[in-house]
Design a protein around this ligand. Structure first.
Ligand SMILES: *[C@@H]1O[C@H](CO)[C@@H](O)[C@H](O)[C@H]1NC(C)=O
Ligand SMILES: *[C@@H]1O[C@H](CO)[C@@H](O)[C@H](O)[C@H]1NC(C)=O
Length: 222
């Protein structure tokens, strides 16, 4: 009888711990569940998912409003007054949800949260799309980002040569260390991952070659 009660106590503590604790994995490799490290850009090619925000980040960072605030701390904001250039893209993160649309697209705001993204839409700049790994078979909560650097609108608003690697590195360089926005301070560490994306241009949107490195960010609210 006493032993039975003890088991129940352990179980309820484990359940509570699961809710409150950070996740035990950074992410699950999408290819193990039939997914891909390239999204579907609708052109026959895909954009590389070249940055992952680890599921071991502070849980608040991984929510819609949390990642938006984090992006603002890095100098990004939502798209210019709802003006959207190009359609949404979809990705299969191998989590059992199949192919899903991006949750949000964020653009570099050039120092003004309201009008800066309008400037970016005209002038080119850095932007990224966010996909969340939360399907039933790999519910990690990790965020997969397709980051790219665009040319200005006079050049057709396409990705710059090297735009995937350049955009990724700009984002990561603005993220590492301590950054704040809206009263929240973030501490971000970075790790290079190889062996997930192929280097080269096979299957990549616009045939732009990439170096194949995925940057894993772990973001902690301090
Ligand atoms: C994804 O976006 C496309 C284009 O806006 C839309 O037609 C489609 O219904 C969306 N799919 C889902 C599952 O929301
Ligand atoms: C993915 O699956 C989860 C759990 O089944 C569900 O809550 C979520 O809404 C799905 N995401 C999308 C974009 O359909």
């Amino acid at each position: 009888m006493i032993r039975f009660a003890f088991v129940i106590l352990l179980c309820s503590q484990a359940a509570l711990g699961y809710v409150l604790r950070k996740r035990a994995v950074d992410f699950v490799d999408p290819t193990t569940g039939g997914g891909s490290w390239l999204d579907n850009a609708g052109s026959g090619g895909g954009e590389p998912l070249n940055v992952v925000i680890s599921a071991q980040s502070s849980p608040n960072v991984l929510t819609d409003s949390g990642v938006l605030n984090y992006a603002k701390a890095l100098g990004f904001s939502t798209e210019c007054l709802g003006i959207h250039i190009g359609g949404p893209q979809s990705a299969n993160l191998g989590d059992g949800n199949g192919s899903v649309n991006q949750t949000v697209e964020l653009r570099e705001d050039f120092g003004s949260s309201i009008f800066g993204t309008c400037l970016e839409s005209a002038a080119g700049g850095n932007h990224f799309r966010v996909f969340r790994q939360n399907g039933p078979t790999a519910n990690t909560g990790a965020l997969f980002l397709a980051v790219s650097q665009e040319e200005d609108v006079t050049k057709g608003h396409t990705i710059s040569p090297d735009g995937y690697d350049v955009g990724r590195d700009k984002l990561v360089n603005s993220a590492i260390g301590k950054k704040s926005f809206g009263g929240v301070t973030y501490s971000t560490t970075e790790q290079d991952l190889t062996g997930f994306l192929q280097s080269g241009s096979a299957g990549i949107n616009h045939g732009i070659a990439i170096d194949g490195v995925v940057k894993l960010l772990t973001v902690t609210i301090v």
